[in-house]
Ligand binder design. Structure first.
Ligand code: GLN
Length: 547
């Protein structure tokens, strides 16, 4: 039976609750425990799949095809435990489940209320698979006091009452602001936040306080006294130069020990932090640096491409170099020559995206990389644009386009070499879609296999010929153009097992030009960099030696 750790936040948002949860998960693993992490989000969207990445950050996709919050990416990157559909839920999904049951008559004529029906639904979700791990870490999105969050806080309060006395603990993440004028670290916002928590029946066992420096004894004792926690359960969460220092840093600050103490686990198993020492060493002791240009559309929000930037960092760690990421809005290249901006880049990456805006700029970036023999990595839309570029400029299909684009549907001259996929095979099932389907949850989502051509660069990079990678797209390169494009020199080096869907393309006569229809960035870990990212950065290192 699992022990449960509920992680809540207060004072302000964006304190890094997801990261703290992930780092704690890693520390418990380092002590030999098995863990699973879950995110409960109070917003009313059924899932984040339809939310704009500039508003909410990237959508993280699990193997089993759930579109989830980006925090699940942190959980996976820190623990290596593949997240599942049942690790992420929103208030929208909870309410939708409750209303569905009400319509079916499952509640036998009862009046449906937040307590107990909504809270029961949340509690059932929390306990899914509770027998599988030693620790279940559940993070509640938002901050204490948010109206939407109340049913979640009430549910975890009830949940802890339903369980044995030492089976659940609460960790609260807050901020200790430093007032420069008076030179003081302020504990009052944390006191208020804890007061708010206690008013709804939750007493925190551990306080993780974000602060610019260490917490002096006086403030620590004050926090302990007013918030009713032990002084050594007040943990300083310092700003870090890399998130991958978090496990080591939180360990030094006593986080995992405080958590085990709260569960009264004694003696606590000793931690083995070798994995994180190695990760930290690779990051801090880089032996050079390279410049990667990322040409995308959602460049104004750092979190929009979270997994991409993390996977590039991992690729850097694999090669012991620091990766400088230069972000470009692809629309820029529709007005200006990419050479002005991309000269000096050791590699170019075009990530996934949706809609027509900025796509001509991405095609220009692909052309620049192909012509100048600069390593190019096209991911999902980035692959589709590389194929359109190849079609237009090397295979005589001057009007190649994608059905995703308005100009294609309104212009008969355009040849849609990327088309809307209407049916495909998933395992033993046939999935069917229509252009008028709902937008939410209807893409080709989750893990699918691909078969790689023997002797291709990708087969070499993966060192095998069958792979499984995560997908999230509606459109697909049309296999019917394979022959024509291959005559021009482009190689279709990875296909779906039935041979109908192009999964990978590459230019064999180029130092490194690969496009993939899937999202390899989602599976990269700091301690296990994705082979494509590691090899891409290696190619960039080779170029940097030439420039
Ligand atoms: N918009 C493209 C599609 O749906 C690419 C999606 C993506 O890059 N994730 O096929």
């Amino acid at each position: 039976m699992a022990r449960f750790i509920f992680i809540t936040g207060g004072v302000v948002s964006s304190l890094g609750k997801g990261l703290a949860s992930a780092a704690l998960g890693a520390l418990l693993q380092a002590r030999g425990y098995t863990v699973r992490l879950r995110k409960l989000d109070p917003y009313l969207n059924v899932d984040p799949g339809t939310m704009s990445p500039v508003e909410h950050g990237e959508v993280f996709v699990t193997d089993d095809g759930a579109e989830t919050d980006l925090d699940l990416g942190h959980y996976e990157r820190f623990t290596g435990v593949a997240a599942r559909k049942t690790d992420s839920i929103s208030a929208g999904r909870i309410y939708s489940n409750v209303l569905e049951k009400e319509r079916r008559g499952d509640y036998l004529g009862k009046t449906i209320q937040v307590i107990p029906h909504v809270t029961d639904e949340i509690k059932n979700f929390i306990s899914i698979g509770e027998d599988e791990v030693d620790f279940m870490l559940c993070e509640i999105g938002g901050t204490v006091g948010d109206i939407e969050g109340l049913p979640f806080f009430e549910a975890i309060r009830q949940f802890s009452q339903d369980k044995a006395p030492d089976q659940c603990i609460f960790m609260h993440l807050t901020l200790l602001p430093f007032i420069t004028a008076s030179g003081e670290l302020k504990t009052k916002p944390t006191q208020h936040s804890v007061k708010e928590l206690r008013a709804i029946g939750i007493a925190p066992d551990v306080l993780l306080c974000r602060t610019a420096g260490s917490i002096p004894t006086k403030e620590r004792e004050k926090l302990a006294l007013f918030c009713n926690v032990r002084p050594n359960a007040v943990i300083a969460g310092l700003d870090l130069s890399t998130i991958y220092d978090a496990p080591l840093d939180y360990h030094r600050a006593g986080l995992d020990q405080a958590v085990l103490d709260a569960f009264r686990i004694s003696p606590a198993p000793r931690p083995n932090l070798k994995r994180w020492e190695d990760v930290s060493d690779r990051y801090h002791n880089a032996e050079g640096e390279i410049n990667v240009a990322i040409v995308g559309k959602y460049t104004q929000m750092e979190d929009s491409y979270k997994s991409i930037s993390e996977a590039l960092t991992h690729g850097g760690m694999a090669n012991r170099v620091h990766v400088n990421m230069n972000w470009f809005d692809s629309e820029l290249f529709e007005r200006k020559d990419p050479a002005e901006f991309l000269t000096g880049s050791h590699a170019i990456l075009v990530p996934g995206g949706f809609g027509e805006r900025g796509t001509e700029g991405k095609i220009k970036a692909a052309q620049f990389a192909r012509d100048r023999k600069i390593p190019y990595f096209g991911i999902c839309l980035g692959m589709q644009m590389a194929v359109i570029e190849a079609a237009r400029n090397t295979a005589g299909l001057q009007n190649a386009g994608s059905e995703e684009f308005e100009t294609t549907s309104t212009n008969d001259d355009i040849t849609p070499i990327v088309y809307h996929l209407k049916e495909w095979i998933h395992g033993n099932y046939k999935i069917e879609r229509d252009i008028d389907d709902d937008k939410g949850g209807t893409m080709r989502l989750g893990s699918y296999s691909a078969v790689l051509t023997e002797g291709s660069r990708v087969a070499d990079v993966y060192n095998r010929t069958r792979i499984d990678e995560r997908h999230r797209h509606r459109y697909e390169v049309d296999i019917n153009f394979k022959e024509q494009l291959e005559k021009a020199g482009l190689r279709f080096s990875g296909l779906s097992p039935d041979g109908k869907l192009p999964e990978i393309i590459e230019w064999p006569d180029h130092p490194w030009f690969i496009g993939v229809q899937f999202h390899p960035e989602l599976k990269s870990k700091p301690f296990d960099p994705h082979p494509l990212f590691a090899d891409f950065i290696k190619a960039a290192c080779n170029i940097s030696r030439l420039i």
